[in-house]
Design a protein. Structure first.
Length: 113
């Protein structure tokens, strides 16, 4: 075998090793970037999920607050009894006006309502 063929073989082998190393490191970098991206995506998802759950909880508390107010209960009773609440002897329009006052107060007092 001539020294020229040995040199060509060595160059081909060296190029093969270099290409393999480049492909390996490129694949490693790609895998690390993907992992980093997915971790960040999970963090963002978790943060957004916590925000949404907090908003749902706030809205649930508002709903339960409103359900417990006398106007809601009085309106329900008045609608069942031809517009007059038999327990308080109060007309439906009065209950609606009281509920409207509560809504106005909530709009001025709470952000996001």
């Amino acid at each position: 075998m001539s020294s020229s063929n040995i040199a060509k073989g060595a160059i081909v082998l060296l190029l093969a090793v270099m290409v393999s190393a480049i492909l390996y490191f490129e694949n490693s970098i790609h895998r690390d970037l993907n992992e980093s991206f997915y971790q960040r995506l999970e963090q963002v998802h978790s943060a957004q999920n916590n925000i949404y759950l907090g908003e749902i909880d706030d809205n649930r508390r508002f709903l339960y607050f409103l359900l417990d107010t006398p106007p809601i209960q009085g309106i329900a009773r008045a609608e069942k009894n031809d517009g007059i609440d038999p327990q308080e002897n109060t007309p439906l329009d009065v209950w609606r006006a009281r509920l409207s006052t509560i809504f106005r107060s909530m709009l001025y007092s709470y952000d996001g309502v």
